[in-house]
Design a protein around this ligand. Structure first.
Ligand code: TGC
Ligand code: FAD
Length: 392
């Protein structure tokens, strides 16, 4: 990749709405991405390999457990800070943000929120430091948008649970040390259970040949009569609401992350347009290119304002599932459209790994699908405003 010359756009002076601490946290994540992610990420994407060497740095900048209390190894930060870190990580690469959002919102959060004190003390500090990497198993081969139909199940065997079933499309699965897995008990009630690598009958095959999120490892979680100790069951919540509660947190992070990807595409296209000469003038001097750039910064600014407000509501404990869903849907869609436009501004150069745009564009095709597809989020808004669920 060409040298990282990124300058973050802030058209409506949103920095003035952030505290000094927010800016410090954001800037240290930004510097880390510039120093430790940008120089290597293209190579790892091309190789379709997760860059394990970034795990320590992710832990150091507070990307693992940003808002989990310090007692458990987290950073005890507010939601705005968590969002800003996710924005900076996805500015580097959606796969890097994915690793952090799964670890924080989908693994540490359920253990913190639904687990008991022993489970918190056993797992959270190791996940916060990056000694353990976690994964979250909700999606199944036959149950993606409809996780409530899952067939993965646990049977109470007296001194342990017997776990059977399979999860698919699971981020971090191929090397995760622990997995928070959602399964039905004999009464058909959904429960969360912590499965550890090495348990007999538990395997995690890698999903190959992805054109998207190539620097993030994706795989399956297969459970063939896995004996899971009783103490690994998350005791404090059950039902579909338990995993959906984790998704609120992860979708919130994605709403911020997508802005990061969009800002990087816009910044790259703006610089390129001012430097690239055609017909003896910079292409930025042509109205068609200006229209593209003007629309991009407008959409980014609208998303920044929406998401800053969402962060404020979340810090006040008032953000609803439907508000988070709208921000995830809007921002990812916005980022994907900007990536496509920005790629065109770069002409043929836009398809190469010299620039980050094509990589963002391909990554965003996953981001618009996971954590609820664009369509599912439209239906969540539809249900919220009409009171009528149109999923079924
Ligand atoms: P529904 O009947 O609406 O709800 C079932 C129960 O859940 C409760 N509930 C919530 N509770 C807490 N937080 C929320 N956000 C909640 N939303 C709903 C609800 O009150 C109800 O409770 P109860 O007590 O009555 O049982 O459920 P439904 O089956 O009709 O489904 C609704 C729908 C379609 C919106 C939901 O299933 C959905 O969101 N589907 C999308 C699936 C999805 O997003 N999967 C993501 C998998 S994880 C992932 O993609 C990670 S990618 C990570 C990365 O790499 O970054
Ligand atoms: P489907 O549910 O089969 O949907 C296919 C199409 O039908 C979509 O366009 C959808 O919008 C549409 N559709 C479905 N239902 C309706 C409806 N009622 N009305 C209208 N249209 C509908 N999952 C995890 O549990 N953990 C992870 O860590 C994880 N990581 C992922 C990483 C990657 C790279 C990817 C691509 C996915 C990941 N997922 C993960 C899975 C992801 O959450 C699912 O792919 C997603 O929820 C959609 O499910 P599906 O792919 O089975 O699509």
């Amino acid at each position: 990749m060409a040298q990282d010359l990124y300058q973050a756009p802030d058209y409506f002076n949103l920095d003035e709405l952030l505290t000094e601490e927010h800016k410090l946290i954001r800037d240290s994540a930004r510097e880390w991405v510039k120093r430790d992610v940008s120089p290597i990420i293209e190579e790892y994407c091309q190789k379709a390999e997760f860059p394990h060497q970034i795990v320590k740095g992710l832990a150091e900048i507070g990307a693992f457990g940003s808002y989990i209390p310090e007692k458990y190894g987290g950073m005890g930060l507010d939601q705005m800070s968590y969002g800003l870190i996710m924005q900076e990580l996805e500015r580097g690469d959606s796969g890097v943000r994915s690793t952090a959002s799964v670890q924080t919102s989908l693994v540490m959060y359920p253990i913190y929120k639904y687990g008991n004190e022993e489970q918190r003390m056993k797992y959270l500090p190791k996940l916060a430091s990056g000694e353990f990497i976690g994964s979250f198993g909700l999606t199944e081969p036959d149950h993606g948008s409809n996780p409530g139909g899952m067939v993965t199940n646990i049977k109470d065997m007296g001194d342990h649970y017997l776990l059977n079933g399979a999860k698919m499309w699971i981020s971090n699965a191929p090397f995760a040390d622990v997995a928070v897995v959602w399964a039905k008990n004999e009464e058909g009630r959904i429960k969360g259970i912590i499965v550890e690598r090495g348990m007999e009958g538990f395997s995690t095959p890698t999903t190959h040949n992805k054109w998207s999120l190539r620097a993030s490892a994706t795989g399956e979680l297969i459970f063939d009569n896995v004996k899971v100790p009783k103490e690994n069951l998350l005791p404090n919540k059950d039902g579909l609401g338990a995993p959906l509660g984790c998704l609120d947190s992860a979708r919130y992070g994605i709403a911020w992350g997508a802005i990061g990807a969009a800002m990087d595409c816009y910044d790259t296209a703006l610089r390129y347009a001012t430097e690239r000469i055609q017909f003896k003038k910079p292409i930025a001097s042509y109205q068609l290119q200006q229209k593209k750039l003007a629309e991009m910064i407008t959409e980014i600014t609208k998303a920044q304002l929406l998401t800053w407000r969402l962060g404020t509501l979340r810090d006040e404990g008032k953000a609803t599932t439907a508000q988070i869903s709208m921000a995830k849907r809007n921002n990812v869609d916005m980022a994907l459209k900007i990536a496509r436009e920005a790629r065109q501004v770069l002409g043929a150069m836009g398809i190469t790994g010299e620039y980050s745009i094509m990589r963002h564009m391909m990554n965003l095709e996953s981001v618009i699908t996971y954590e609820g597809t664009h369509d599912i989020h439209l239906l969540i808004t539809g249900m919220d405003i009409t009171g009528i669920p149109a999923f079924k």
